[in-house]
Design a protein around this ligand. Structure first.
Ligand SMILES: Cc1ncc(COP(=O)(O)O)c(C=O)c1O
Length: 456
């Protein structure tokens, strides 16, 4: 008896399109196509199935082969989804700035993940695309699917995304705003609209730091900088990217991309990733610059749930310097997680060591303050736990009070930074207080984040 394959691949595409409300769109109507609704959570599912099925049809990919690809994560998830259903092995090379949720999703689908550097460019052996090509050459029966040079990638958008937009917009589209990762979306949509509505404007949304917007403006490829938005932008023009129909480009900072995506979620409940913020911010600028009413389409390219630990985490935003505490010149600025806001993970003296350890694991921290009546009465760290438990695991049931260290290093919130360095350099945690009240901790990691924010 043969078992029918899971129907998941049939769920790719045919995503909803909604009109954006609650934002100033000048004289224009702005529509969002929710690519976040694809089964892998992004626009990339479309090209993943298209590239794998094209390779099967051409005979380049056979049962038992290993697919290899360089990806920011979403292509990897799309490929992993299709590979899992069709039974291929998959090796993904992912740059280290990509969100842990995307990597975990691809890994859970069965992909073999190789993390590489995100701060090196073409020609460097650790550049993700060069590394994928090398792994594919060296792996037995390796097949480099290469989204950047694979014509089945733009084709997916020419024959699915474009016609869907055209139909959903009642054949009235004046401009399409999109980003370029591999260029598949831009090229496919350009080809489709060149046929059905040649006057439709193609607009590039690009992260500040990427070289592509300047390439559109002047034809020059200036060296690119760093940016935190994932999935779009880059330092070179991918082989499948056709910019010939793009005459307008916007460069959007990480900060604006993040704040726009967060605003979209708060105002509409639509949960997009950082690049959706880049696209929406560009589309809003385009709409507001228009003198005539236009019908404009852009994309929510992936779901925000892939970025809960990053852009949608207020503390990550503070740590990375995308959000700020008011400048006071005192230690208050360094305490990103404040006790009074319920943001500090704590334990009570009578909690068990097991409770303390579980909270520490869950929050990925190596020490917790012990709080009694809003006052810090101790600190428990991993070495205190090991000391208490190493010869008897049953002591996990003992109270924190018996293992915590009560030698506290407190420092006033009004003190200046050197006071904390002194404490932290001795391997201790600085407990910041105001009068009798506990405000929060400053650890080595807080100091490193503080220094990272100062990096030019
Ligand atoms: C997260 C993400 N991935 C990919 C893309 C587009 O990718 P490509 O140029 O490879 O079609 C976008 C486009 O905005 C995106 O936001």
């Amino acid at each position: 008896m043969t078992v029918a394959p899971p129907p998941t691949l049939a769920l790719i595409g045919n995503t909803p399109l909604v009109e954006l409300t609650g934002f100033d769109t000048g004289p224009c109507e702005l529509f969002l196509k929710l690519e976040s609704q694809n089964p892998g959570g992004s626009i990339k599912d479309r090209m993943a199935v298209s590239m794998i099925e094209a390779a099967e049809r051409s005979g380049a990919l056979k049962p038992g082969d290993t697919i290899v690809e360089a990806t920011a994560g979403n292509t990897g998830i799309g490929l992993a989804l299709v590979a899992a259903i069709k039974g291929y092995r998959l090796i993904l090379v992912i740059p280290d700035k990509m969100s842990p949720e995307k990597i975990a999703h691809a890994r859970a689908l069965g992909a073999d993940i190789r993390i590489t550097r995100s701060d090196v460019g073409p020609g460097h052996p650790e550049y993700y695309q060069d590394m994928a090509a090398r792994i594919a050459r060296e792996a037995p029966r390796g097949y480099h699917i290469n989204q950047f040079g694979n014509q089945a990638n733009p084709l997916a958008h020419e024959i699915t995304t474009g016609p869907e937009v055209w139909h959903q917009m009642d054949h009235r589209v004046d401009a399409v705003v999109c980003g370029v990762g591999s260029g598949g979306t831009l090229t496919g949509l350009s080809r489709f609209f060149a046929r059905v509505q040649p006057e439709c404007e193609m607009v590039l949304a690009d992260p500040e730091g990427s070289s592509l917007a300047e390439f559109v403006r002047s034809g020059n490829l200036v060296p690119s900088g760093n940016y935190a938005v994932e999935g779009i932008g880059g330092s070179c023009v991918p082989q499948v990217a056709d910019f010939s129909r793009v005459h307008k480009a916007y460069s959007i900072s990480d900060r604006e991309s993040f704040s726009t995506a967060r605003e979209l979620l708060k105002k509409t409940g639509i949960f997009g990733g950082p690049s959706s913020g880049t696209l929406l911010a560009s589309a809003l600028r385009y709409c507001r610059e228009q003198k005539e009413p236009k019908r404009v389409v852009t994309f929510v390219c992936d779901t925000g749930s892939k970025y809960l630990s990053k852009m949608y985490n207020d503390y990550w935003m503070l740590d990375q310097g995308y959000a700020e505490r008011p400048a006071t010149g005192t230690l208050r600025e360094l305490i990103t997680r404040r006790y009074e806001e319920g943001a500090v993970i704590t334990v009570a003296p009578e909690d068990t060591l097991l409770t303390a350890w579980q909270r520490m694991r869950m929050a990925d921290i190596s020490q917790v303050p012990v709080i009694e009546n809003a006052r810090c009465v101790g600190v428990l760290d991993e070495s205190d736990l090991l000391l208490a438990l190493h010869d008897d695991a049953n002591r996990f049931k003992s109270p924190v009070r018996e293992a915590m260290s009560s030698r506290l290093e407190t420092v006033s919130a009004d003190a200046a930074l050197p006071a904390v360095y002194d404490i932290v350099n001795r391997g201790l945690v600085a407990l910041v207080t105001e009068g009798d009240s506990f405000l929060g901790l400053i650890t080595r990691s807080d100091l490193l984040s503080h220094l990272r924010r100062k990096l030019q």
